[in-house]
Write a protein that binds this ligand. Structure first.
Ligand code: NAD
Ligand code: DAU
Length: 377
């Protein structure tokens, strides 16, 4: 495979995947296709933008004719599809945008790939459509320890202890889909279309479902970058509900490594769950962030605790996500490279060291810059 189309490469996870592929595979031509919505930021890729094996194309995945042109122009052999509307809170306010991009956009990309690949003499030989999905499609798991109990672990507890702390059920690749938010419903729908293209047309497709990612370049509407920035700026930290919800956190570069491995070694028509066996109750994670930021900024211990502000819960807030990624570990030999303590320290440091990156976003300047270059969003 030589010409790889990565969609959503100007976003959080996509930028890490693009960087990994551009650096690791000089023989591949990496085409990064992104609409540059509010979540897309080419500053995420400054370090690789001049590489000879990299091309950026601004386009909307919903534009079917444009997708057809791009597949042909760049003679695309493999698609890694990350472009999506990704923020649950936005989906509650504006579900139509999520259905448009995540469902119709995925469908238009699938159809463009199908028509192009079927027109080639080699057909589907050596081709792959890899769709990046989420654990949220599986619904929510119960939290089995009594509400209000402090998490029975420290940041040095092992993964197994983390797991057992919150419940005995996990999401498996065979878990029935049961999405609750407009975001997860739109992702579930797109997953079904991807599998339908395999089952109906024989297109080689793959789906992976990953847990919450964290790390550099995440848009500061998501929990970790938002809270690190607010702690630094001494703004309130809006904790939804009681802060009891549990998320399973994976360092974004480990997700990118998993995508690389699965893209090259995964079996078409399969699903792989990706997760780091690293569950955290929100309030405990928030306390870790507060301690880390205060220590790195030289504030006294407990200095920022007063910023914690309990606010009205997110509508339909899923209680617990927990991914079982043993299939990926056992079949393809993937494992996360970072312990959480190391990953969160690295991440908090990155946001503190890259305040300009956040300020550029919160001021809206990043949008103006690229609008001048590529036209209004
Ligand atoms: P993000 O919001 O940071 O980035 C999304 C990117 O897609 C942006 O660059 C945006 O400009 C682009 N985009 C949006 N609509 C588009 C359109 N119509 N046409 C072309 N480009 C468009 O998202 P993320 O957090 O990096 O997530 C990437 C993918 O991974 C998504 O599919 C998401 O569902 C999935 N995922 C995310 C997580 C997570 O924790 N962030 C976990 C599991 C799966
Ligand atoms: O599980 C994978 C999913 O993780 C991805 O598919 C999504 O694209 C990604 O956005 C993420 O979804 P979450 O809703 O879990 O992430 P978020 O960062 O928005 O919230 C994490 C938890 O923190 C969640 O329980 C809600 C809570 N929260 C979030 C924000 C933004 C707060 O308590 N306060 C906040 O201000």
């Amino acid at each position: 495979m030589k010409n790889i189309l990565i969609t959503g490469g100007a976003g959080f996870i996509g930028s890490h995947v693009v960087r990994l592929f551009v650096n690791k595979y000089p023989d591949y031509h990496i085409v990064n296709l992104d609409k540059l919505t509010y979540a897309g930021n080419l500053a995420n890729l400054k370090d690789i933008e001049d590489r000879p094996n990299y091309t950026f194309v601004r386009a909307d995945i919903c534009d079917y004719d444009e997708m057809r042109r791009i597949m042909e122009k760049y003679e695309i052999d493999g698609v890694i599809h990350l472009a999506a509307e990704s923020h649950v809170d936005r989906s509650i306010l504006d579900p139509f945008t999520f259905a448009r991009t995540n469902v119709m956009g995925t469908l238009s990309l699938l159809q463009a790939a199908k028509v192009y690949w079927e027109s080639r003499p080699e057909g589907y030989e050596g081709k792959l459509f890899y769709h990046i999905s989420t654990d949220e499609v599986y619904g929510a798991l119960e939290l089995t320890h009594p509400e209000g109990t402090e998490s029975p672990f420290t940041t040095t507890a092992s993964s197994t202890e983390h797991h057992l702390a919150f419940g005995t059920e996990f999401f498996l690749e065979t878990t029935k889909y049961n999405p609750h938010s407009p975001y997860s419903a739109s992702k579930a729908s797109s997953d079904h279309f991807v599998r339908a293209y395999h089952d109906t047309y024989g297109m080689p497709t793959l789906v992976t479902n990953c847990s919450n990612n964290y790390g550099p370049y995440q848009f500061p509407e998501k929990l970790i970058p938002l809270f690190v920035n607010n702690i630094r700026k001494r703004k309130p930290l809006p904790v939804y509900g009681k802060g009891e919800n549990v998320r399973d956190w994976l360092f974004v570069e480990d997700h990118a490594r998993a995508i690389d491995l699965i893209f090259h070694k995964g079996k078409p028509a399969q699903t792989y769950n990706i997760g780091g066996f690293n569950e955290w109750k929100n309030i405990d994670l928030i306390r870790v962030m507060i301690r880390t930021v205060d220590r790195l900024l030289g504030n006294p211990e407990g200095y920022s605790d007063e910023l914690i502000t309990y606010v009205t819960d997110r509508k339909g807030h899923d209680m617990r996500y927990a991914i079982d990624s043993r299939k990926l570990q056992e079949e393809l030999g993937w494992e996360p490279s970072l312990q959480f303590e190391e990953g969160i320290e690295k991440t908090v440091r990155w946001y503190l060291d890259n305040q300009d990156w956040i300020d550029n976003i919160t001021s809206g300047d990043y949008e103006k810059y690229y609008d001048n270059m590529y036209g209004a969003r």
